[in-house]
Design a protein. Sequence first.
Length: 351
Amino acid sequence: MIGRNEPCPCGSGKKYKKCCDKKQDGLGKVLESELMGLQVDIMRFAYEKFASELEGVSAKYLHKYTMDEMKEEAFNELLHLWYMFTVKRDNGLTIVEEFGEVHAGKFSRAQVKEWAESWQDAYPSIYKVANIRGDVYTMEDFFTKEKVKVTYIGREDSLSKNELVIGMFVPYQQAKVVFMSTFERGVLEAIRLEEKMQSELKDVAIDEAYIRDNFPDLAGSMVEFELREEDVQELPVQNAAQGRVLELFAEAANKRGYPERFLEFAKMLWSIYCMKESPAIRNEQNYAAALIYFLDTHFMKEQMETQKALADEFGGSPGSVSSTYRKLDEVLQPVLQTFAEDIDAVLEGAS
């Protein structure tokens, strides 16, 4: 937070309260422009001066993993960030540290120089979205459990709780921001990746030094990962109330003659919703009714149930079923898009 009596970061020489405090929107745009410009300058410096070294890093690691073009491109960018920020070269400096020395007297503003210096300690890792408040994300390092506040600049879509983000954050004002780009894995992938990594690394003491040294293999394994059919079956629920919702839903679904594959898919959707939202459930019947309504709305050729009928069946109110349905719908719509092909297959079996 900039103090009102501190020098204005725009470089005017005036106090902040008598300069950009009166035009914060303009200052924000100026700072964001400077921020992105510095990132581009660092990347340009790296690719112009050290292209062969970066190509060598790519050659060393890319062949170890089987990835489609999009994943390979993302992994390659992550490899280059890792090398630029963490690997000491023959002169004892990382590429980013060398950038700072070469440009020491060339920065347009003191603020930009401070960023360049503070970013030298950054390193890429894997993070879980622990909490969301407005446009600020609390990111928890997947391995060390350290938490940082992160804001995104210019991002239109939003992340969901418990998703994984592979990349690097650097200081900027009250929170950190993404350096260049990240690669993200959805909640379901995150669940299975966590199980996989815990099994593979159970005997390894992972700290910052370990992540710095082994990031290419940690990231490569997570980027390469592909869900299998068995990965979407029998997902866990987090507590007894969530399990009770599934029991009530299964009883109602069996009465309606839902086919087994359709029932399994519905259970997967409910587990994903719980992983994303960690709902505090006070009325299991209401959630079970809303889940039935959600499935009817999206998957049945004709709307088979009304909210009033479901409320009567489960002992609730139509308003409660409606509001809970909207919660389910908001969170699970992207999931339906992700599993469009699986849904088609399930629906064929349900017809």
